[in-house]
Design a protein around this ligand. Sequence first.
Ligand code: XMP
Length: 517
Amino acid sequence: MPNRETIAILDFGSQYSQLIARRVRENHVYSELLAPNTPAERLRALNVKGIILSGGPASVYAAGAPRCERDIFDVGVPVLGICYGMQIACQLLGGEVRAGQTREYGRVRLNVRRPVGVLAHLPPEISVWMSHGDVVTEVADCFEPIAVTAACPVAAVRHKSLPVFGVQFHPEVTHTPNGEQMIRNFVYDICGCRGDWRVENVIEAAVETVRTQVGPDDRVICGLSGGVDSSVTAGLLHRAIGARLICIFVDNGLCRTNEAALVETTFHDHFGMDLRVVDARQRFLSKLAGVLDPQEKRRIIGHEFIEVFKQEAKAIPGARFLAQGTIYPDVIESGHGPTGHSAVIKSHHNVGGLPVELGFELVEPLRLLFKDEVRRVGEALGLPENLVWRHPFPGPGLAVRIAGDVTEQRLEILRAADDILLEELHAAGWYRKVAQGFAVLVPVASVGVMGDGRSYEGQNVVVIRLVESKDFMTADWVHIDYAVLATVSNRIINEVPGVNRVAYDISSKPPSTIEWQ
Ligand code: XMP
């Protein structure tokens, strides 16, 4: 997007850095995480409207601590330092930072001495979220403290002549109830943004970028997995290049009920895309026969996928590009900055390995977007709700949710149980509150009483796994209403032959993983 308003975030390594970017974007202003030592010259070239210095785990006085250039304060745009960011700003401009006498972690009362700048429109006393051991012990003459806490005499500062502010606490976390107002103050009142990061503009910009990258005679292949990212990628590309997009969906037989059908009705019937559905169900099942080790299952599925995809792609003449649903968190995790690092290949197997092997160039229209933005783009493109809000689903599919041998019969049992679970989650209004929810089939000869006698009929236990998670690196089990569990259990036992016991998984990650295998 030409002249898009941008707030640069110099990332000193805080666990909250991505959150700052999201908070700014929620205010309809594009924000980007950059390396902490990004030269002032580059920030000028990017024409940023403001700079935020993030928090970070180091001490500014420690050897080797990440630093920003002193010159960034002369770029001529406002700067907001958060936590470590405030400390480094104060230090670079002549103040002093030391280890505090008392550490402040968690919720703290803040006295707003002067409700100006970033603290404008705030009452005299508010609650904020702190997480620091170091404090600014001395501010340079050019700075003025504007808020204090019981343990921290410099809890917020403003520069006397430049638009430079600092806060020791974290306005970006939801535990700082007025944080939103502070970010808004900075972005709108201080930096003078108008808010041009809106879904229509995002789509327009992505379409423009694709059209610039892909020549008028080039064709693009997109591997659809049925997940959110690949679906939205296909939607955007179709908007950009129409019939020159060819989608490939490999039906490996390890999907949930109706998943292949949904992909077909959405992309072929509704959008009229050139969709090639490859029925590889038998091929995958025969390769998986008798394989019990989950890693071996993954390896086989990954390998077969590449083979099938390769064959299909070969049949498409003029295809120079491969579209991939890389999103912003993947980009951030691979290193900072919009340039200077190679494209990330998702480790998940859906298109993994293909670009290098086949020599495709990558098209990644989502690489600047967070997941919630991807979903909003998906909605705006008219993708169905059940695709846009779908929980993540592993590439190897149900094969890693069936402990032991993967057979058609066991897949059918798991699909039926999983279907009931999802149906009830939707019905009870829990589906969107859960990060990921699924059923697992565990082959345990569990005795049951069915009718008049003892029964080993099932030989299967179905385990229900529901987790809440922000990033899927850590997760907790969902404290869902018992009534929902009762209905799910009752329906599975009554409606799914082959299951006589249902259990609920109450393990967190770590140490457990989200998937069972
Ligand atoms: P774990 O089980 O490692 O899962 O806690 C974290 C997230 O990754 C997904 N997952 C996979 N996704 N291929 C994938 O594409 C895989 O082999 C795989 N294993 C786990 C899992 O569903 C969760 O969202």
